[in-house]
Design a protein around this ligand. Structure first.
Ligand SMILES: NC(=O)c1ccc[n+]([C@@H]2O[C@H](COP(=O)([O-])OP(=O)(O)OC[C@H]3O[C@@H](n4cnc5c(N)ncnc54)[C@H](O)[C@@H]3O)[C@@H](O)[C@H]2O)c1
Length: 249
């Protein structure tokens, strides 16, 4: 018997934080391209153009302004979102301007980065896992980074971001072990450098990259969408390295 295409998001309701960003918007577009017609998009920035574009492509989009670092915002988001099949925690920050050695305010920035990048996904998972378990299962994807694998690829990336993304990877493993017995699959994607607003001021010399370039947002979005699909039904605690061969291990 011929296999049915399982990388198909038809009928799935997908929640995504950081939707206004470069990778987040690409994930939303990939989900719609794979058949999703029901999206819940969250960000602390504007996303009207993206919502209009997705609606024109046939999707129903609910949008929420929220700060992912706030427990209450995540609780309100989850309550408003209703039944969710797959949730993606993509919101993140990577402040570049502070100097960890000399800036007296650097520690405050460290705490903010950890609040957004690590506590944010934990807040979302805390809301999502029981709701998904009650419905018989679900899928959660967290966005890590090559920085959490190898300490960063640019000298200007600060240790708060590196620590946060290493923390995200550990959190994926921690959550996966607890959620899988309840039918909820928690996985991650660890991108290498990708051309978005986050990297716009960073120089990435081509000769350092096995493919001669950094990644495009959609090259991260497709693997994330796959992890939201029935084709990923045996993935739990996996972190897909998507970096064009920059880190292998
Ligand atoms: N671009 C890269 O090279 C790269 C590499 C590895 C990992 N990542 C990760 O991918 C994810 C997306 O990054 P991107 O490159 O699309 O960056 P981006 O700056 O384009 O998008 C990040 C989005 O997160 C939102 N956001 C930030 N703080 C928030 C908060 N407190 N509450 C709600 N929303 C918030 C921003 O408004 C923005 O829309 C991040 O987690 C980032 O760490 C990016």
């Amino acid at each position: 018997m011929a296999l049915k295409n399982a990388i198909d998001l038809s009928g799935r309701r997908i929640l995504l934080t950081g939707a206004a960003g470069g990778i987040g918007a690409a994930i939303a577009r990939a989900c719609v391209a794979l058949g999703a017609r029901d999206l819940v998009l969250a960000d602390n920035g504007p996303m009207d153009d993206l919502c209009d574009e997705l609606a024109a492509d046939g999707a129903t989009v609910a949008r929420h302004r929220c700060d992912v670092s706030q427990r209450r915002d995540n609780a309100e988001l989850a309550a408003a979102a209703g039944d969710i099949d797959a949730a993606v925690a993509c919101a993140g920050i990577c402040p570049l301007e502070e100097d960890w050695a000399d800036d007296p305010d650097w520690d405050q920035v460290f705490h903010r980065v950890m609040d957004v990048n690590v506590l944010g996904p934990l807040h979302l998972a805390r809301e999502m896992i029981p709701r998904m378990a009650d419905r018989g299962g679900g899928q959660i994807v967290l966005i890590g980074s090559i920085g959490g694998r190898m300490g960063g690829t640019s000298p200007i990336v600060q240790p708060h971001y590196i620590a946060s993304k290493g923390g995200v990877h550990a959190v994926i493993w921690w959550l996966a072990q607890r959620a899988a017995p309840r039918g909820v699959l928690v996985n991650g994607v660890a991108p290498g450098p990708v051309a978005t607003a986050m990297t716009a001021t960073t120089d990435y010399p081509k000769d350092r990259y096995p493919l001669g370039r950094i990644g495009r947002p959609e090259e991260i979005a497709w693997p994330v969408a796959f992890l939201c699909s029935p084709a990923a039904s045996y993935f739990s605690g996996s972190i897909l390295d998507v970096n064009g061969g920059l880190f292998v291990g």
